[in-house]
Design a protein around this ligand. Sequence first.
Ligand code: MLT
Length: 409
Amino acid sequence: MTRINEHYLKLQGSYLFSTIAKKVAAYKIAHPDKEVISLGIGDVSQPLVPAVIEALHAASNEMGQADTFRGYGPEQGYAFLREAILQGDYLSRHIDLQADEIFVSDGAKSDVANFQELFAADCKIALQNPVYPVYLDTNVMAGRTGEFVQGAYQGIIYLPCTEENHFVPQLPKEHADIIYLCSPNNPTGTAMTREELKKWVDYAKEHNSVILYDSAYEAFISQENVPHSIYEIPGAKEVAVEFRSFSKTAGFTGLRCAYTVVPKSVQVETAAGSKQSLHALWLRRQTTKFNGVPYVVQRAAQAVYTEQGRAQTQAVIKGYMQNARVILSALQQAGLTAFGGENAPYIWLKTPKGVDSWTFFDKLLTEAQVVGTPGVGFGSCGEGFFRLTAFNTPQRTQQAAKRVAQLVF
Ligand code: MLT
């Protein structure tokens, strides 16, 4: 009989958002008269901006003409998009990178999930608790953990992010080879300052570790002392890979486009001690396993960097951050303590005393018909917390906020 990769059997239940979707679907069937509002999965509600739509139309027309039609594109992305990213996100912030250090892809989730395959099976992984489940689950699948015992995978270095440490991961005492950091953070909605991030870059340099830095929510940063890129920190180009996405920045969750920066200066080594370039390995991986993002989608992403594209996408983000303020104020009215929502589209609320995350989920769904995400779904330190997103429409967010404000705990 064919044997399976048994590491998959160590995974806990189904993917968090599938579990929630199933629960909500069952509730809707049982209560067809109730209008459910989702502040659950971080999916955008606003349509693509006009500059992006124009670029999509123009590129579609090109695809219908013999002289402008394109077949397979470069696996790492078209030069026009890589140059736009380089200029718009890095050179303009005085970060010196090269266009061929940028790899365009169809999503930060898949990139961050795939990246771990470049590392040895016995690499020691450190990640935040609570955490975006993809970092952890993909390492479980790859066999880089032991069994799940009492709420934790053996072999993983968990970095607790709690109210006491303001949800900022603290340096571990032991050695970590790979460190996943997400800032602004999903799920806590908090962000690391330059000083806090510098500690991690220094740690990685000292320990020869690699930081996998998920910066998918960079466009939501409002505070000056929060870096937009890890490469703002001196030395980060030797130790960090950065993941960015157009999903939340420009409403591309359905269109699919993201990019990963792998500086050529990040070195890793073989068991025998020979130095290897992480950039070369990722390039080899992508050219073997990936055929690139559709031409029309890359043209759409390029349009985000035009003057109009920037102004239009920033206006949408402003709207989401206004939603965040509406949610924060409703939670305050309900007497709940909440964090985040200032540099990220996520709000991390503390459930009332003695109420666990899933009980809170049920209460919100059945009494207010509002869907959120139980904090414990992101890890044991998320127990007693609950995540709401600011991505719904202003009208539905206000409706949801009104219902939440009236809840009695
Ligand atoms: C979330 O709700 O955490 C996000 O939708 C996850 C993602 O971007 O994949």
